[in-house]
Design a binder for this molecule. Structure first.
Ligand code: FES
Length: 130
């Protein structure tokens, strides 16, 4: 099983690891195949642009690398643009993953979608409360 240089780079030097204390949305998901966990925090401005993303994972190297790359790809995008970024796009931008590790790349996509859903819920609740 071989990892590309880009995957190794993101695994060894993951970008945007951590948490955002006053996040606009938080998403946490588990991978049914392996039990690993991913948590993603997003900060969204008034124009619905994602200005910051941080992630924490209890997951394998492939999950770390794809999450690291995914955070780079969504910062600066609107939430609608971010929702169009798939785990396949993230994986391809890293030069691919061994087939048995492809399920790991789904964690970041699912956690990001959960964080965006959380942001939308919070915003809707905020409007209701005036
Ligand atoms: Fe669990 Fe990769 S083995 S995310």
């Amino acid at each position: 099983m071989q990892y590309t240089e880009k995957v190794m780079d993101h695994f060894m030097h993951p970008r945007n690891v951590g948490e955002i204390a006053d996040a606009s949305g938080v998403g946490e998901v588990g991978n049914a195949k392996c039990g690993d966990i991913m948590k993603i925090y997003i900060k969204v401005d008034e124009n619905e642009v994602i200005t910051d993303v941080k992630f924490q994972t209890f997951g394998c190297g492939a999950a770390i690398a794809t999450s690291s790359r995914a955070t780079e790809m969504v910062i600066g995008k609107t939430i609608d643009e971010a929702l169009k970024i798939t785990n396949e796009m993230v994986t391809q931008s890293l030069g691919g993953l061994p087939p048995v590790k492809l399920h790991c790349s789904v964690l970041a996509e699912e956690a990001l979608h959960a964080a965006i859903a959380d942001y939308k819920n919070k915003r809707a609740a905020g409007k209701e409360n005036g």
